[in-house]
Structure formats: C-alpha cells, structure tokens
Design a protein around this ligand. Structure first.
Ligand code: FES
Length: 111
C-alpha cells in the first residue's frame, strides 16, 4: 500500500548549512516547526497546508538564514527566496502561503 498523500499549498525550506546555522537557522527552523504545529498550518494537521524541510546550502551563505518557498499559483510554479530570515518573517511567509496571498516583499530576493 502506498503512503498517505497529503495535498499542500506550499513547501518551505530552511537552510541548515554551516553558515546559516552560525546565524541561528537551527533555532529558526525549530521555532517555525512549533508555530506550524500550534497554528495547525503543518500539512498533517486538520486544515493544515504547509510542508517544511530543513535543507542543505541554498547558495546565499553570506546572507542567511536563508529560506525559500515553492508553491503553485495561477497555474504556475512560484518561488520565493528570503535572506536574513528571522522568526516573524518566516511566520509571515508561511501565513501568506497558507492563505494563498501575495508573498511578503520584506528581504525577498531573486525572481
Ligand atoms: S549555508 Fe545557508 S545558504 Fe549557504
């Protein structure tokens, strides 16, 4: 039997490379997980829609902690890249993805 599939609205990745860890990404990732759990935003919660993965280096080492998000919007794959991420910004990005709203512009870089 295949594993249970959980449909989601977006996938957040928080870098756990050495440079980002030196800038607090371990704590950031833990805090974000706790928040997704408590606010029932995590994909396995009732009504939850988000995935979160600790990633390897995302290629912006001097600007971490780095977070990126992928989601489908308007039939296209949208990506959001964030530098110098703290918990309030990470929670804001997560909420926007959950609500299918525009991604925050604060500290966003890339496309
Ligand atoms: S260590 Fe995080 S972007 Fe490289």
């Amino acid at each position: 039997m295949p594993p249970k599939f959980f449909p989601t609205r977006g996938h957040l990745l928080v870098c756990q490379g050495q440079n980002c860890q030196a800038r607090g990404s371990v704590l950031l990732s833990k805090a974000l997980w706790n928040h997704l759990e408590r606010a029932s935003l995590a994909y396995y919660k009732q009504g939850g829609t988000l995935r979160l993965t600790e990633s390897g280096c995302l290629g912006a080492c001097s600007y971490g902690p780095t977070l990126c998000v992928y989601r489908h919007r308007g039939g296209e794959l949208e990506e959001g890249w964030y530098a110098a991420v703290d918990f309030p910004l990470a929670a804001k990005v997560a909420q926007a993805v959950h609500e299918e709203a525009e991604l925050p512009e604060d500290r966003k870089y890339g496309p």
